[in-house]
Design a protein around this ligand. Structure first.
Ligand SMILES: Nc1nc2c(ncn2[C@@H]2O[C@H](COP(=O)(O)OP(=O)(O)OP(=O)(O)O)[C@@H](O)[C@H]2O)c(=O)[nH]1
Ligand SMILES: [Mg+2]
Length: 314
């Protein structure tokens, strides 16, 4: 997890706040396990790095078996989740005012031969009831008219040009995500728990799973059922349940007061906080003041997230 955090910080447009990463607060005694024999020879201030190097060596032989890091992006609606995910993986994704992400989008980024495919399970695109049950719905046939194919229980759209050239054009992913979102969730404001999967592979892409979720809301808007806020919360709860998943909690810099650690893992031990939109505050002083608000937030007095990073708008 710390490694992921460091990758984020090293993005050109990202700067870190002074908050101390949780992993660096580990007591030296606990870090120096008996199986790290070199520890006794290391100067005290190098203990941490030496342990880390030893641990890396110990696991390097099992490297192929290490699980792919998995990050889920959560936060309030329009906080900037998709924008941050776009920047991490360099994939232009739909974003904008109002509910933009309306289904979970699982991006499976892998190192390998060029491949870019968006897919969705076929079930929501089949007729549910009546004589026609199980047959392709109007939305399914519309998708096929837009270049999607039906294969192995899924609707799939290839996003590379026929010659397989990497990367896909700048609008291609956005367009495909919008097409399939409309097919499974309708034209308007509905959110549905139907996971889209983007297989994204090239010789320059990292091995990483990121899931971009719909944003949390307090109240339903026109066209949404009354329990839309609870439905979205359930989606988030389901995705953050896995103890090996890192939670990237995206906060708008203009809405700190709405931060609530109960929306994430309670003790924040799996949470990385990303703060967006500080550019709304013109002066550096105002921006610092907002950062202090977060650090002084009661929820954070007892718990420290893995890291807090501030992202700059392009
Ligand atoms: N000024 C400014 N605008 C931002 C920043 N980050 C995102 N935005 C804008 O905020 C709007 C919402 O961004 P999204 O990335 O779609 O937000 P989201 O959290 O994914 O939204 P939902 O999927 O609807 O929950 C877009 O118009 C972005 O361009 C930022 O740091 N500064
Ligand atoms: Mg979004």
């Amino acid at each position: 997890m710390q490694q992921v955090s460091q990758q984020l910080v090293s993005q050109p447009e990202v700067t870190a706040t002074p908050m101390v990463p949780k992993t660096s607060m580990m007591p030296a005694g606990r870090a120096a396990g008996s199986h790290h024999r070199n520890m006794s020879q290391a100067p005290a201030n190098l203990a941490g790095p030496v342990v880390a190097v030893n641990q890396c060596s110990a696991i390097s032989s099992q490297r192929d078996e290490l699980p792919i890091p998995r990050i889920v992006a959560i936060g309030d609606q329009s906080a900037g989740k998709s924008t941050v995910v776009s920047r991490i993986l360099n994939i232009p994704l739909p974003s904008g005012i109002g509910p933009s992400t309306r289904t979970p989008l699982h991006i499976a980024s892998r190192l390998g031969p060029a491949k870019a495919e968006l897919s969705v399970p076929e079930q929501p695109l089949l007729m549910a009831q009546g004589d026609q049950a199980g047959r392709e719905s109007w939305e399914g046939s519309k998708l096929r008219s837009l270049g999607w194919r039906r294969e192995s229980g899924r609707y799939i759209k290839g996003l590379l040009l026929v010659d397989g050239q990497w990367p896909p054009g700048p609008e291609v992913v956005k367009t495909a995500v919008c097409e399939v979102t409309i097919a499974v969730a309708g034209e308007w404001n509905l959110m549905v728990d139907v996971e889209l999967r983007l297989d994204w592979q090239s010789d320059t892409t990292p091995n990483l799973d990121i899931i971009d979720l719909p944003g949390l809301v307090l109240m339903p808007v026109a066209g949404q059922p009354d329990d839309m806020p609870q439905q979205i919360q359930s989606m988030v709860d389901k995705y953050i349940l896995d103890k090996d998943t890192l939670i990237m909690c995206v906060l708008s810099g203009v809405d700190f007061d709405r931060y609530d650690s109960s929306k994430s893992d309670g003790d924040l031990s799996r949470t990385l906080v990303v703060i967006t939109k500080l550019d709304f505050y013109r002066s550096a002083e105002e921006q610092l003041c907002q950062l202090r608000c977060l650090q002084e937030h009661p929820d954070n007095l007892d718990h420290t997230p893995i890291d807090v990073v501030v992202v700059r708008h392009p």
